[in-house]
Write a protein that binds this ligand. Structure first.
Ligand code: FE2
Length: 295
């Protein structure tokens, strides 16, 4: 068994330092920068703030599974004199994330997601048919980058009859304690799935009332023992493999340094099927779910 597989089985996460070359990092960063510029030129949807409350009610978020959409940091805005939100920081530092179909719609992110060394990671941890369900660039920019509260990724992307999900998390900056690196409860992948984030209405088109809740949690927030979280700082270029059940979180970025990452999640289609009430669905584009071993 490889060290990666051993760490992953024991702790629920594993780190490979220097996974990306400098050239690969720059290519991903340049493409993310280009996407930000493209968005600020078009800005067709206004600026959608990324927060649990907004997400659950927003068609823009709910139907982003097969699209490239942009979500802004709450802390990037203040209330302007006209009562409307006004940007507090330059627009290119105000995004929380871009998601959720970069792996299929964007050639640069697609190339990296499907490269041989990524396939090798999934082979090492025994995935028969890794199938990418979502992808995101998460920016966690200085001062405005928000926290991610403790969660299990399978809450968002659940499979049946068993849960077989893993996240690939690639550092495009050094991720440090100061700028909000990942924190894990090692071994917590042995815990059951505590709750799920699911669709409560099938299609937003059928919900003319914009205040309708489209997504909801199946159970309340779980409190985990603070003392059990371990910080996992990594250098730019590192890969962190995240088990779908391991409890993890990241703090807000109160530092002066950004913490950009590219991440995607794959489930094992060889062992399980994707649940139809997961929040993220492929809409009219079933090819959004991309099997990594199929060329
Ligand atoms: Fe996560």
């Amino acid at each position: 068994m490889s060290k990666l597989a051993e760490d992953f089985q024991r702790d629920g996460f594993a780190v490979i330092e220097n996974f990306l070359s400098e050239r690969e990092i720059e290519k991903l960063r340049d493409e993310a920068t280009r996407l930000i510029k493209e968005e600020s030129t078009k800005n067709e949807h206004g600026r959608q703030i990324f927060s649990n409350d907004n997400n659950a009610k927003s068609e823009y978020f709910v139907n982003s599974g097969d699209k490239i959409r942009y979500f802004f940091e709450k802390k990037a805005f203040v209330e302007g004199p006209d009562g409307k939100p006004q940007l507090l920081v330059p627009e290119d530092q105000s995004l929380a994330k871009i998601g959720h179909a970069l792996h299929i719609l964007n050639p640069v992110f697609r190339e990296l997601t499907t490269c041989d060394k990524i396939k090798s990671v999934f082979r090492q941890v025994g995935f028969k048919c890794p199938t990418v369900a979502q992808s995101m660039v998460i920016f966690k920019n200085p001062k405005v980058g928000g926290e991610y509260t403790p969660h299990q990724d399978a809450s968002f992307l659940c499979t049946e009859p068993e849960i077989c999900l893993a996240g690939v998390w690639l550092a495009l900056d050094d991720a440090t304690v100061e700028n909000g690196c990942l924190q894990f409860i090692p071994g917590s992948q042995e815990l059951p799935l505590a709750r799920r984030f699911v669709r409560v209405k099938q299609q937003s088109d059928n919900n003319p009332d914009a205040s309708d809740q489209l997504l909801d949690w199946t159970a309340p927030i779980v409190q985990y023992d603070e003392s059990k979280f371990v910080h996992v700082p990594v250098k730019r270029g590192a890969l962190v493999l995240i088990h779908g059940l391991v409890v993890h979180r990241s703090a807000p970025n109160n530092s002066e340094r950004p913490r950009w990452i590219y991440t995607f999640h794959a489930y094992d289609k060889g062992r399980a099927s994707y649940k139809k009430d997961n929040w993220l669905q492929t809409g009219n584009n079933p090819n959004t779910f991309m099997s990594l071993y199929e060329d």
